[in-house]
Design a protein around this ligand. Sequence first.
Ligand SMILES: O=C(O)CCC(=O)C(=O)O
Ligand SMILES: [Fe+2]
Length: 378
Amino acid sequence: MAAAAAAEERDGALSLAEFHATRAGVRGLVDSGITTVPPLFLAPPPGYYTPSSTTASSLATIPTVDLSLPRAATVALVRAAARSHGFFHVTNHGVPPSTVSSAVSAIHAFHDHPSSTTTRTACYSLASVGGVSYATIPIQYSPQFPTPSPVLPWRDTLVVRFGSGDAPPDLARLPADCRDALQEYHRALVGIGREIAGLLSEALGVGEERLEREMKVDGSLMVCHYYPPCPEPEKVVGSREHTDPSLFTVLAQDHVGGLQVWQEEEDGGGGEWVDVAPVAGALLVNIGDVLKVVSNDEYKSVEHRVVLKSSEEARVTIALFFNPAKRDASDLFGPLEELVTTERPARYRCFSMLEFMRSRRESGHGKSIVDSFKIVAD
Ligand SMILES: O=C(O)CCC(=O)C(=O)O
Ligand SMILES: [Fe+2]
């Protein structure tokens, strides 16, 4: 009887294939007037995968780095923030506020204007075509969770690969309404990314150019997330808990909030999810797994996730991932030799980006996999 009821419920529910076939994303579901969350999006109760509920009890104290300070002061702030929190806000970064707000507004408009529905449906594709994909990307779990739940995040994502070096961007597939604003934003962010890479390098004590020389820092992967308003926000996942695989990531966000970071207790005995409050005009930088390794654990790559905060307002964020451009099998990365001493031996073995991304895919794109490259026990 119970099995029959379960089967009936399953048949009545939207399957993943049916959901993708609508080509309308989560925004389309919301437009269809749903008042409850479909099973594909239902997160298990707190404690099933993670030790904590979606509601954070406190606000994270994210350090701020003011780029208009004298260089030595900025470097000191970057060093302290990258070591203690792995996240920092950057202010006085020189990117015009209108460049950031136009890009964020373009993503809002792409989803919110009734007239954009046809464009979104036409773009909908999990696979990248001409450097662009747009879809609700299923959550990738590791094989150790045989019945992953939820299957889908409450989120529609536009991914743009801008091309790097001499490869010209092929952006014909980019929605026309977003094209100029996103290109302009990307141009500005590549500049600020170069500056941040220099600061992070200098803050390791290896000179401003070292990271660039070692790996060529590339900021061509842009990921624009749209988190629609949700009728039952506490039941869904915006972005599952993860660390970024990048060297570092620069995030622009609107005022809604929903990003949380995992803050470990001082004694290492546990931790809690804490909210990251958006700071108007600031860009948020976080260290990724590759830089954690290259820094020989001087810098932290911190776990973060997104919860839904509103049943009224949609949230938009734009993440630009800065990665090593050197991605051949023969390009190996490990702790920089200047950071390896007798007192502080290399904590990781070397690996190529291909090997790193393969491990990450196999482990389900979530938790940091850098431990599998570790050669020194904590
Ligand atoms: O949307 C956000 O606030 C964070 C997104 C994120 O963590 C990511 O894309 O890696
Ligand atoms: Fe992230």
